[in-house]
Design a protein around this ligand. Structure first.
Ligand SMILES: Cc1cc2nc3c(=O)[nH]c(=O)nc-3n(C[C@H](O)[C@H](O)[C@H](O)COP(=O)(O)OP(=O)(O)OC[C@H]3O[C@@H](n4cnc5c(N)ncnc54)[C@H](O)[C@@H]3O)c2cc1C
Length: 369
């Protein structure tokens, strides 16, 4: 067998793994290179929330299809369709909630408004200061710590050459495509897909691109096990809270609060900033008063990349024939299993079910889909 792969995928997160699977299904010989373990990046440390209520309006069609993919993945990733509530505690928040959720309804999300009394009946563990709320029955969550195991199994079953602990340091253009210098030796491939998550800027730099990618450092906290407090995904009108209680009684708290550090500065996850995690926990305790009885056992962070317009990068790498980029997807855990398939289809030369997000676009203009 030739030592030249049809495509080298760099990055074994949900994006790279999902695309690699699609490419292999389409008949390509694929090598996937991951500097650590499959799913060790954002895809394995995120809060696992699969919520349509916190998705951007224009990404709703992608999130709806993402949900269908998660349903198919089911028990292997501990997928739960619990439904979710987004809460407003003031009139201003209620206006914000109404405005945002109406747009998401119009974009196809099955979101409805629900009275504070009904919320109190359905979720008695929530605080009694709710002035308005929305509900989405198809919201839920999965266990992100199972992402790596799930994809490793599927990648191997698809005969993809998976190389973990293989860091790509340099990429050179040559005939018939690319040579990647890795920590375990050179790899030759006709095409290249960079799906490097928070490290996408550095990786794109290896093929001469200077992308305006920045890494956010999201924080998640978990409590000790406790009695049942809530049974759905709980969010806040501002988007600064996501909360759910797992089957084992622990409560996972997130909301996009920012930690410290950047990719390449040492460590691969960033660091928790107490100044930022405390308001997150206060908001969680306000929403679910019973949390006061539970100790926080751990807070952690992970890198999530984005570009100035906060829409994905998914398409051909500008000016580098045979190279492709996939990343910067807001709510990328929810959307990842779907958009990675689209990316695979695009590279295979197939028509994509929904449009991709051209990495060569003008990031100062509102995106047209
Ligand atoms: C803390 C946190 C909480 C989040 N919560 C949610 C949530 O609740 N719901 C939701 O929908 N989304 C959430 N997200 C966003 C979501 O996790 C990400 O959008 C998604 O996982 C990104 O997937 P990815 O494959 O692009 O990146 P990653 O999973 O980070 O994968 C990129 C991979 O590339 C590898 N890599 C990088 N450079 C190289 C190199 N040079 N050589 C080899 N390998 C390399 C990295 O090691 C990494 O494994 C959260 C993100 C974070 C950080």
């Amino acid at each position: 067998m030739s030592d030249i792969y049809d495509i080298a995928v760099v990055g074994g997160g949900i994006m790279g793994s999902g695309a690699a699977l699609r490419l292999a299904e389409g008949g390509m010989r694929v090598v996937l290179l991951e500097q650590g373990d499959i799913g060790q990046g954002a895809s394995g440390v995120n809060a696992g929330t699969l919520s349509l209520q916190i998705k951007r309006v224009k990404l709703m069609p992608y999130a709806l299809r993402g949900h269908q993919e998660w349903k198919r993945m089911g028990a292997e990733v501990d997928y739960r369709e619990t439904g979710g509530y987004t809460l407003a505690f003031t009139d201003r928040e209620a206006d914000l909630l109404h405005e945002r959720m109406t747009m998401k309804q119009e974009a196809g999300a099955p979101i409805s408004f629900i009275s504070p009394n009904e919320v109190a009946v359905r979720e008695p563990g929530l605080c009694r200061k709710v002035v308005a709320a929305s509900r989405c029955p198809s919201d839920g969550f999965a266990n992100s710590s199972l992402t790596g195991r799930y994809y490793r199994h599927r990648l191997k079953a698809a005969n993809i050459d998976v190389r973990e602990h293989c860091s790509v340091a340099e990429i050179h253009r040559d005939e018939p495509g690319f040579t990647l210098q890795t920590s375990t030796g050179p790899v030759h491939a006709r095409r290249l897909l960079l799906a490097c998550g928070g490290w996408l800027k550095q990786a794109a730099g290896m093929i001469g691109l200077d992308l305006p990618v920045r890494a956010r450092v999201n924080t998640v906290s978990v409590t000790e096990r406790g009695p049942r407090l809530v049974s759905s995904v709980i969010g806040h009108a501002t988007g600064l809270l996501t909360l759910k209680q797992k089957g084992n009684g622990t409560v996972l708290i997130g909301g996009g609060w920012q930690g410290l550090g950047q990719p390449g500065e040492g460590g691969n996850r960033g660091r928790v900033d107490a100044e930022s995690v405390l308001p997150n926990l206060r908001l969680a305790r306000y929403a679910v008063p019973g949390l006061k009885e539970l100790r926080i056992v751990r807070s952690w962070t992970g890198f999530e990349a984005n570009v100035p317009d906060f829409y994905p990068l998914a398409g051909a790498a500008p000016g580098v024939e045979g190279a492709f980029l996939l990343g910067c997807v807001r709510g990328g855990y929810t959307i990842g299993p779907f958009i990675s398939k689209l990316m695979g289809d695009f590279i295979l030369g197939r028509e994509t079910e929904l449009p991709l997000f051209d990495p060569a676009r003008d990031f100062t203009k509102e995106i047209q889909l």
